[in-house]
Design a protein around this ligand. Structure first.
Ligand SMILES: *[C@@H]1O[C@H](CO)[C@@H](O)[C@H](O)[C@H]1NC(C)=O
Ligand SMILES: *[C@@H]1O[C@H](CO)[C@@H](O)[C@H](O)[C@H]1NC(C)=O
Ligand SMILES: *[C@@H]1O[C@H](CO)[C@@H](O)[C@H](O)[C@H]1NC(C)=O
Length: 412
């Protein structure tokens, strides 16, 4: 058995403990690093940036094998490796003043955690930390980054619930949290945010996807390799004008494919492989006129592949292997790669399931898609056209030639 003191020490030194303590200390924490009183900073914002970056380096970075922070010395933060300064944009408070606009430590292999003092980098527009070893929680103090447009924390060791602070960043457009250990549910509010790109793949997110997913204006959504289960949200149909790519690979989805996906007329990549989707591949899928890649492999789909799907004009690769499809029209030969239809119940095709497997599957009662009680997508009817705008300048109030009768003739 480990001595009690050693266990305590381990707990104290553990990244989680350090990060959690720091996160609790929060924004009220006293200045964590000393600032040489003889230094003159061009502005309070650059002084704040100094405190943030030095706290990070001195207290929250434990290993920096590429020595990226080696030159993080002295008050000239704009010269630090990975730190980028720019004048604040028009319209922002302090417009024109030099500020730390970006921190990019991508592929740094740095180990440590994200201290709450990062909230002092209040002018950041981009924070790119992918492929490091940052662990612990995402500090809530990041809510002070009112200009942050791009947040890339991918490929780190971050844990905890979905970091709700990202929902409080008004300027955020690009959110990349993939390859971490976030767990629990994805909050509904995520899909009401004005994000262009959402990457959450390869975390430990669970519980069914919120049915408002289709509210998102994102063009790219990648949610692969989590464990959502439940419905493939039919509200996807609401993204018809904007969604370009969606990857839902290996998420335990176990509903039918909702026909509403056919509304996605801008979609080029649709990948729902490695789930437990059942029922037919609905013919409405052929509504995705720009589709180039369609992967439904490794599900429990049944019946024939619709001819119109294989005939989609831009389709380059349709993969249907490891399902229970029973028919593949000739039009599919152009788009299904060799092996792309293996392990189905297709007559006259190589490498299919055995007749016994197919017979056993089709002896079960047919799938009732309604039984999943997935929320349907009901498009809001287009609003009636507004009344035509007044066609010209408003008439002058005086004179009022029509409302005021002409004077009687005898007074002329
Ligand atoms: C790290 O970088 C600093 C500044 O560039 C340099 O002085 C120092 O020697 C470097 N350390 C190592 C271990 O390379
Ligand atoms: C479609 O998305 C918009 C936001 O883009 C949302 O306001 C609207 O409620 C959604 N419609 C439906 C029927 O879900
Ligand atoms: C088609 O897509 C599958 C998976 O989506 C991929 O493994 C395969 O390499 C692709 N084949 C071709 C010919 O592009």
């Amino acid at each position: 058995m480990m001595p009690k003191a050693a266990v305590l020490l381990l707990l104290l030194l553990g990244c989680l403990a350090a990060a959690a303590a720091a996160a609790e200390a929060g924004e009220a924490a006293e200045l964590a690093v000393a600032v040489d009183p003889s230094w003159r900073f061009p502005s309070q914002r650059l002084r704040d940036a100094y405190v943030a970056l030095q706290t990070w380096k001195q207290q929250a970075i434990f290993s920096d094998p590429r020595n990226l922070t080696g030159d993080w010395v002295g008050p000239a933060v704009c010269g630090y490796t990975g730190v980028f300064c720019a004048p604040l944009p028009e319209g922002a408070p302090g417009a024109g003043e030099l500020a730390v606009a970006g921190v990019d430590l991508n592929h740094g292999d740095i180990a440590g955690y994200l201290p709450p003092e990062l909230g002092l980098l209040a002018d950041l527009a981009l924070l790119h930390l992918n492929s490091n070893r940052f662990c612990g929680l995402v500090p809530a103090a990041l809510r002070r980054l009112r200009l942050l447009a791009e947040l890339d924390l991918s490929n780190n060791r971050l844990v905890g619930a979905f970091p709700g602070v990202v929902l409080e960043l008004p300027a955020l457009r690009f959110l990349d949290l993939r390859f971490n250990d976030f767990e629990g549910a994805v909050p509904r509010e995520l899909f009401d945010r004005p994000l262009d790109a959402i990457f959450l793949n390869h975390n430990r997110l669970r519980s069914p996807l919120p049915d408002n997913l289709g509210n998102s204006p994102a063009s790219v959504i990648v949610l692969a390799d989590n464990a959502f289960g439940g419905c493939l949200p039919a509200s996807l149909g609401n993204m018809s004008a904007t969604l370009n790519e969606i990857l839902l690979i290996n998420n335990g989805l176990d509903s039918c494919v909702p026909p509403e996906v056919g509304l996605l007329r801008e979609l080029t990549v649709f990948d729902v492989s490695f789930n437990s989707l059942v029922g037919p591949l609905p013919p409405q899928v052929a509504g995705m006129r720009k589709l180039e890649q369609l992967d439904v492999a490794h599900n429990l789909l049944s019946g024939p592949v619709p001819d119109a799907v294989c005939a989609l004009p831009r389709l380059k690769n349709l993969t249907i292997s490891y399902n229970f499809f029973t028919g593949e029209p000739p039009s599919c030969a152009r788009v299904v790669p060799s092996d792309g239809d293996a392990r189905n119940c297709l007559p006259n095709r190589p490498a299919q399931r055995t007749p016994q497997q197919c017979a056993a599957f089709y002896s079960r009662p047919p799938v009732d898609c309604a039984a999943f009680q997935c929320k349907p997508f009901v498009p809001v009817p287009p609003l009636p056209p507004p009344p035509p705008a007044y066609p010209g300048p408003l008439p002058p109030v005086y004179p009022m030639p029509y409302s005021s009768p002409p004077p009687p003739a005898r007074y002329r």
